[in-house]
Design a protein around this ligand. Structure first.
Ligand code: NDP
Length: 399
């Protein structure tokens, strides 16, 4: 059962339909049923034999999700709605003994803050109910943690430094649009930057640290230090890490739009009075911006996301890079989605199939780096996101 019929939901539905041996029957549920219907049509056009149904669901209402789960009886819920729904859907999973997977950690609607504590607090209850929750199984979070686990298992005795680098070198032809849900995206990037160093979290003003970083097949792009949720779980699960940071590219055009919108108060989540009604400026802005699912058709260029790691192997210093490049047009050909939805939805579908076949099944609440990376790394290339790795003589991130 897939919840959320947005950009990522469409990719998940397409990739589940492709893997009919794992997903023989699909229910796509979301707030707006017509969006589910549109995705269903696209799925059936490509995979005419798919058993796919749709439903209207407000997943904020636990009882409604429970009722839908009880009628459809899914093995697993793939939650690709918004982070606000995570806990409500996890509650419904507990009530119905249904496995759970998502791609973004819980965030309360009225505070722009995300952290794992709320979802980690479900671990014992999920374990006692004999169900599994896999958190953050997109690309970042998700595949970046699996890359780190792969490096830790096969290339290092100890990892000390991690820099996750994320470039969207694509062009969707719009003056300003976000590649995933605008509200969540803008909340994320307007927060202060944070990184982990020598046991402490350092906080810096948003976008204040930046440098050019080279991305394979794309070139050098100015990259900005952001706080990203997988840093929290990675420093917990790899305690030898001395520094962990996350970098993302933004074009000047995007940053200029964002600065103006911030300056006039359009990115605020505090309600304001407008013609006698309370409106939240960021929610209104989301209404004006293009839907992430609408960007695919004319999107050109590619994404490049990877992990630079440095540490020790056999007593020697070692530097290493592992990455994926994904062309927006390839994503569109495969799923009618754009590259950012694709790089999120594909790992989610693979994670779900590894849970369903038992390879990754373990009760409780888990982050991706806690599971064996090998079966994922063996399968992800063929599904559409091949990875490359290189041992480096020098890393661009030390010194
Ligand atoms: P979209 O805005 O395109 O889609 C979100 C969908 O969720 C919409 O169809 C929306 O319905 C639906 N929805 C919202 N609220 C509810 C609700 N209460 N009940 C049921 N459905 C609801 O976003 P994306 O597809 O781009 O992103 C989906 C998720 O993926 C987000 O959580 C995002 O943070 C995450 N993500 C993760 C990444 C990763 O690498 N890990 C990268 C990119 C995204 P409606 O249309 O009616 O509003």
């Amino acid at each position: 059962m897939i919840i959320g019929a947005g950009g990522v939901g469409q990719v998940v539905a397409m990739k589940c339909a492709e893997q009919v041996n794992h997903f023989s029957e699909i229910l796509l549920a979301s707030r707006t049923k017509s969006k589910c219907e549109q995705i269903k049509e696209k799925v059936l056009a490509k995979y005419p034999n798919t058993e796919i149904s749709t439903a209207s669901l407000n997943a904020d209402i636990v009882e409604d999700t429970i009722a839908l789960v009880e009628s459809f009886k899914p093995y697993l819920i793939i939650n690709v709605a918004l982070p606000y729904q995570d806990l409500a859907i996890m509650d419904a999973c507990l009530a119905t003994q249904t496995h759970y997977l998502d791609t973004a950690n819980y965030e309360p609607k009225d505070v722009a803050k995300f952290e794992y504590s709320w979802q980690w607090a479900y671990h014992e209850r999920f374990k006692d109910a004999n169900i599994m929750a896999l958190l953050g199984c997109g690309f970042d979070p998700g595949q970046t943690q699996i890359y780190t686990a792969h490096a830790a298992k096969h290339h290092f005795d100890e990892i000390h430094f991690l820099d996750i680098v994320d470039c969207n070198g694509g062009d969707h032809g719009k003056a300003f649009a976000t590649n995933f849900n605008p509200e969540i995206n803008i909340r994320e990037i307007t927060q202060p930057g944070r990184y982990f160093e020598e046991g402490n979290w350092q906080e810096v003003p948003a976008m204040s640290i930046h440098q050019p970083i080279f991305y394979p097949n794309i070139g050098e792009r100015e990259s900005y230090l952001l706080y990203h949720e997988e840093l929290e779980s990675l420093v917990k699960h790899f305690p030898t890490l001395r520094r962990a940071r996350f970098w993302m590219t933004f074009g000047q055009e995007y940053l200029t739009h964002l600065r103006v919108l911030e300056n006039v108060g359009m990115t605020s989540i505090q309600p304001v009075q407008h013609l006698g009604q309370d409106i939240v400026p960021l929610e209104f802005l989301k209404t004006l911006l293009p839907e992430p699912s609408s960007l695919g058709e004319n999107y050109e260029g590619e994404t490049s996301i990877g992990c630079y790691l440095s540490g020790i192997k056999d007593g020697q210093a070692k530097h290493y890079y592992i990455w994926n490049n994904c062309k927006h047009q390839d994503a569109y050909r495969d799923t009618l989605g754009q590259g950012v939805s694709y790089t999120t939805g594909l790992p989610a579908t693979l994670g779900a199939s590894l849970m369903a076949e038992g390879t990754w099944m373990q009760f409780g609440v888990w982050n991706c780096e806690q599971l064996n990376p090998d079966p994922f790394m063996a399968a992800v290339g063929q599904l559409g996101l091949p990875w490359q790795e290189e041992v480096l003589v020098q890393t661009p991130f030390l010194g």
